[in-house]
Structure formats: C-alpha cells, structure tokens
Design a protein around this ligand. Structure first.
Ligand SMILES: [Zn+2]
Length: 180
C-alpha cells in the first residue's frame, strides 16, 4: 500500500537524485567542445530521419513547434553559460552568440539579435489565438521560438528573440578572458 509518507519520501529522494553530481554533468541543452560544421545549403530530411537524429526533446521543439517549460533546466543552464556560440541542433547553423544574449527574465533563453540574419527566417504565427512572429532556422526550417519587439529592453535592438534552448547546441568559447 502506498502511504502519503512513502510518496513524500519518494518525491524527496527523486528531488535529491535530480540534484546529484551525475545529473549535473548531463546538460539538457546539447553542448559540444568544437564548433560544428555549418550546412552549405538547405537541409531537407524526412520526419523519420529527423526522429532518428534528434533527441525526443529536440524533435518536439524543432519539428513540432513545441515550447519548453519556462524557467526550466535549460534556462538555468543558459543563465550560467559563459561566452560561446549557439547553433541549430537540427543542422548546426550558427544562430546566436553570447554577444547577443541578455537577461530578459522571461524564462527562456533570450537574445536581442541573431548572429547571422540570413540564418533565421521570421514569419507570422497566428496559432494559440495570438499574432506572433515565429523564428525558424533558415537552413533546416526548424522551429526555434518567437521574437518580440519594442518591449523596452535597454539593448541595441529592443528585440527579444525568445528561444527554446532545447533546440540549440551550445559551444563554449575556447578562451575565457581572465576574471578579476
Ligand atoms: Zn537548422
């Protein structure tokens, strides 16, 4: 019989397990040590090929336009990442760098501009009863998130590219400048 106490203990031990050192080593945003090779043209794959290549989380975001949980593990990781570049987990295209990263507090990785304008496509999205601008990868068509403008952020563009970190690959910069 499952008692309240045993459930409480179970939840507590799961919480402990999720904080273990081993778990911390396993990032939820894919990270690589080397910058992946950029695609030379459009990347076209079948659904079956994408399913095989991507993790279930990456597939849900990139191919099914899913939105990851706000203030989730990916966002926590993102906040603590240093300098580096962010690439499409579907096709490796360079999308953002830490130069354009800013803390919007919205719960999702935020950038004020893409690293390469030609690597993203912006299109009107009228799903969920809202009119938003969807951001997709120009090379593979993967869904990345949405962009909002004129919210009053003190950034060079006052745009907020609100991006699902789970659809990105982070490559830390090789040399961090010495911190004082
Ligand atoms: Zn892509």
């Amino acid at each position: 019989m499952i008692t309240t106490r045993s459930v409480t203990l179970l939840i507590f031990s799961l919480a402990l397990a999720s904080c273990s050192a081993e778990d911390k080593k396993k990032p939820v945003m894919e990270t690589r040590t080397e910058i992946p090779a950029e695609p030379t043209g459009k990347v076209v794959k079948t659904d079956a090929e994408w399913k095989k290549q991507l993790t279930p989380e990456q597939y849900a975001i990139l191919r099914e336009s899913d939105t990851e949980a706000a203030h989730g593990k990916v966002y926590e990781e993102f906040k603590h990442q240093g300098k580096g570049s962010y690439h499409c987990a579907g096709c490796n295209a360079l999308l953002f760098t830490s130069e354009q990263k800013f803390d919007s507090g919205c719960g999702w990785p935020s950038f004020y501009d893409p690293a390469k304008a030609e690597n993203v496509i912006l299109k009107k999205d009228v799903t969920l009863g809202m009119t938003r601008i969807e951001v997709t990868c120009a090379k593979c068509g993967g869904h990345l998130g949405h962009v909002f403008e004129g919210e009053g952020f003190k950034t060079p563009t006052d745009k907020r590219f609100c991006i699902n970190g789970g659809g990105l690959i982070f490559v830390p910069a090789k040399e961090e400048p010495a911190k004082k």
